[in-house]
Design a protein around this ligand. Structure first.
Ligand code: F6R
Length: 608
């Protein structure tokens, strides 16, 4: 939610800031703005809507200067107007601030500031930061910011400039992501790593409470106690191409096609030569893993759907009971947790506020909490007892695709590990499951080869207003994910249900105008799914079935069949998801929707 960027170096700041904001636009696109320190103070430019409006304004009135900050907004406090767009200035216009996060006590601060004569012009929480810094400023911007952030409750990643200190940017963070790239004679501040990759791969990761002062002499970081400290420094391995479209029309399409690689990388090195599944990140002995008597999974959105797949696999293979909770419910429901409960938080971004809060709640109650995430150095990696990384590379499209299937790959490994440690599966069975799992990248490639057929199918459903997605067993999670993809990028209403539940209510929705997408791959409940298809067809629905290659029979029951290669039921979630991603993608694209940046959404949800 919101992206911030800062530049200090020899280049023209506007070029770097606009380029950086373009890479951050997935975090929010309600408005954008920059503040650049020039010869005559701070030049501030803000525009509502997509970034190109700001870029047009910059080219109409160029701004020169080599130090500046920028912001792309996902509105929380205040409408997406120009007054509410960042950067926000203090009363004098000498200070400018960009912010990602939420200042929870901003109303109290506004009142206090107004009472001491400050004039606040926007409806935002962020503007209070600019005025607080103004009130504490005594000729040292870093010191003023350090005092100001002590007054803030909530989450923030901020970057601040002052016209009186034209060679300085001060940045600070608490519960919102912020990284600093160290280039040759230049420093870039950003919410996310892809912004930095044009300039450097050397990255400083700030901790909560840190205040960083960037000048020509380098970066000085002080912790919450005010003492200078050495922040963690990482070398980013990603290729810049991973953060670009590489000839695809959209990031989402590129990311759908990157799934074979994402899955391959996530599975790499997980099966030892001795047949032992490797998950050293758990930092638990085989005996400790065997002693796990309950698993609790917390996640949101698409990651929650990966959690439902995890429940099926862990329960089936390891025979350990699993609960899956939406993080925002888990954190407030006073959950029953103890030391024998393994808590697994699934979050591609590693920044989802509710999932982070859930992890804190679990650890407070004595449980070990592990994270499955895609972002190295993200907040969840600092708050968990261990991290299993998915290696999907940066995902820029707001709708999760490759991170979802990579999460399922990671979960499959975890489920097999617990099953192996508990002796719940024969070693020969583990070997045969692994054989199938390790072929998943090729299986997905085979599904991607039928992308044209899926597009042809999508063409027949572009005018749809409402749809139903059905599945059984692991297919329920796939149906839920398919429905979420369709609704979030095409704005077509889509509801997912366990197929057996349909006749308890949702069947009333069926008409010949409500297509039904059914996950009907081979498995224990296949016959039952076919019966459910007949029930909806009897009521006039057109059916799109996801089915297993070789199942010709299903053609009698469905208008369209999207085939996937044969796998065991347990391994079917990944291949069955791909056609639904592509179906949603093409319906959305044909309807003219911006699939990479759907309305009202942002890539990481750092607010409750
Ligand atoms: C949907 C989507 C969201 C996220 C959800 C959780 O395509 O991307 O539903 O899955 O916001 O995000 P993470 O996984 O970052 O915690």
């Amino acid at each position: 939610m919101c992206g911030i960027v800062g530049y200090h170096g020899p280049r023209q700041a506007t070029d770097v800031l606009l380029g950086g904001l373009a890479r951050l636009e997935y975090r929010g696109y309600d408005s954008a703005g920059i503040a650049v320190i020039g010869d005559y103070g701070i030049a501030l430019l803000r525009r509502t809507g997509k970034l190109h409006h700001l870029a047009e304004a910059v080219s109409a009135s160029p701004v020169t200067g080599t130090v500046g900050i920028g912001h792309t907004r996902w509105a929380t406090h205040g409408r997406p107007t120009e007054e509410n767009a960042h950067p926000h200035a203090d009363c004098t216009g000498a200070i400018a601030v960009v912010h990602n996060g939420i200042i929870e006590n901003y109303l109290d601060l506004r009142e206090e500031l107004a009472a001491t004569g400050h004039v606040l012009r926007s409806e935002t929480d962020t503007e209070t930061v600019a005025h607080l810094v103004e009130s504490y400023y005594e000729g040292d911007l870093a010191a003023a910011v350090a005092r100001a952030v002590k007054r803030l409750h909530g989450s923030y990643a901020i970057a601040v400039v002052h016209a009186g200190e034209p060679g300085t940017i001060v940045a600070a963070r608490q519960d919102s992501p912020l990284v600093i790239g160290l280039g040759k004679g230049e420093t870039i501040i950003a919410s996310d790593i892809p912004v930095l990759l044009d300039y450097t791969r050397e990255v400083l990761v700030l901790e909560d409470g840190d205040v960083a002062c960037v000048t020509a002499a380098g970066v000085v970081v002080r912790g919450a106690d005010g003492a200078v400290r050495e922040p963690e420094r990482i070398h980013v391995e990603w290729d810049l191409a991973a953060a670009e479209k590489c000839g695809y029309e959209t990031f989402m399409l590129k990311e759908i096609h990157e799934q074979p690689t994402a899955i391959r990388e996530t599975l790499r090195g997980r099966m030892g030569a001795d047949g032992i599944i490797q998950v050293s990140e758990l930092a638990m002995s085989e005996a400790q893993i065997a002693a796990i008597d309950r698993v609790l999974i917390i996640a949101c959105g698409t990651s929650y759907h990966a959690g439902i797949v995890a429940k099926t696999l862990i329960e089936q293979w390891a025979r350990v009971p699993v609960e899956v909770d939406v993080s925002s419910e888990f954190r407030y429901r006073d959950p029953i947790i103890d030391a024998a409960t393994l808590v697994v938080a699934i979050t591609q971004s590693g920044e989802t506020a509710d999932t982070l809060a859930g992890v804190r709640e679990a650890r407070k109650n004595g449980a070990k909490a592990f994270a499955i995430t895609n972002v190295v150095g993200s907040r969840i990696t600092r708050e968990s007892d261990g991290v299993i990384y998915t290696h999907a590379g940066p995902e820029i499209g707001v709708a999760a695709t490759k991170t979802f299937t990579a999460q399922i790959a990671a979960i499959t490994v975890l489920a097999l590990k617990i099953a192996q440690a508990r002796g719940a599966l024969e070693q020969t069975r583990i070997a045969s499951i692994w054989d199938e799992v390790s072929r998943l990248p090729e299986t997905v490639e085979a599904v991607l080869c039928s992308a044209d057929d899926i597009e042809a199918c999508a063409r027949e459903y572009t005018d749809v207003v409402s749809s139903l997605f059905l599945g059984r067993g692991i297919g329920v999670a796939v149906a839920m994910e398919g429905a979420l993809k369709l609704k979030e990028i095409s704005y077509v209403h889509a509801e997912a249900y366990p197929a057996g539940e349909m006749k308890h209510g949702p069947i009333a929705l069926i008409t010949d105008e409500v297509p039904v997408v059914v996950v009907a791959t081979q498995g224990r409940t296949y016959e039952k799914v076919v019966s459910n298809i007949q029930e909806v067809r009897a009521r006039g629905a057109r059916v799109i079935a996801v089915a297993t290659h070789g199942d010709d029979e299903i053609r009698k029951h469905a208008e369209h069949v999207l085939y996937v290669p044969r796998t065991s039921e347990e391994v079917s979630a990944i291949p069955a998801t791909i056609p639904l991603q592509l179906l949603a993608y093409h319906i959305a694209a044909l309807r003219g929707c911006n699939v990479d940046q759907p309305r009202n959404l942002a890539k990481s949800v750092t607010v409750e």
